[in-house]
Design a protein around this ligand. Structure first.
Ligand code: COA
Length: 188
């Protein structure tokens, strides 16, 4: 797939499937400790980044239950975004996103989540999409709020990250929330 959702006089953010040629560009941000500071993964070794890109590229060749996409700016991969089916019988999904620090604060993650919601509700036919993040990750929390997610609570001791357990903030958006925000959504 290949879509363009951001268009300005200077730049055009596009979303497309990963290819194995993206490993070096992804590794630029996936190996950055500042970028992965609140994540459950990273900073990546080159082998870990290669495994991620390989898996994402393979997913694109299979029957889709999720989308793991590259965010591309001027032909350069600047971020990763994903929405996936977590529980198909209840049509529950999750999403996540990461951007190179050189491209923070320009609205790209907000737009990326908008694209993930479109794919999640319209294409994957999910009814609920959840997201979790580190309690101190104010940027990520704001991205979710701006896209209409509701805060559901703090999950105590939710993740074990590098030997330390930590809480997560749980957010979700339902199909009806998405439709009420004025989005056209395919029937479930
Ligand atoms: C979190 C992250 C995705 C935000 O991406 P971004 O493209 O900078 O986000 P946007 O530009 O769309 O900003 C959305 C809102 O968040 C706010 N914001 C962004 N970073 C912030 C920060 N560090 N602290 C407080 N607010 C922040 C912006 O001001 C904006 O709000 P506003 O429109 O009300 O001003 C990016 O910092 C990142 O990739 N971080 C590392 C990976 C990560 O944490 N991913 C999420 C894991 S749950």
């Amino acid at each position: 797939m290949d879509t363009s959702v951001h268009d300005s006089s200077e730049t055009r953010l596009q979303f497309r499937d990963f290819t194995r040629a993206d490993i070096a560009a992804v590794h630029e941000y996936a190996s950055d400790p500042l970028v992965t500071r609140w994540s459950t993964w990273g900073p990546n070794s080159l082998e870990q980044t290669a495994a991620f890109v390989e898996a994402a590229a393979a997913e694109a060749e299979d029957i889709r239950t999720g989308y793991s996409l590259a965010a591309v700016l001027n032909d350069h991969v600047v971020g990763s975004l994903a929405v996936w089916t977590k529980d198909s019988s209840n049509r529950n999904g999750e999403l996540g996103y990461t951007f190179h620090r050189a491209h923070w604060g320009k609205g790209y993650a907000t737009e990326a989540v908008g694209e993930l919601l479109r794919l999640g509700f319209d294409t994957l036919k999910l009814e609920r999409i959840g997201a979790t993040c580190h309690p101190d990750n104010m940027g990520s929390i704001r991205v979710l709020e701006k896209n209409g997610f509701t805060f559901e609570g703090r999950l105590r001791s939710h993740r074990a990250v590098q030997g330390t357990r930590r809480d997560s903030m749980l957010f979700s958006i339902l199909r009806e929330d998405y439709v009420h925000r004025g989005n056209v959504s395919g029937a479930s």
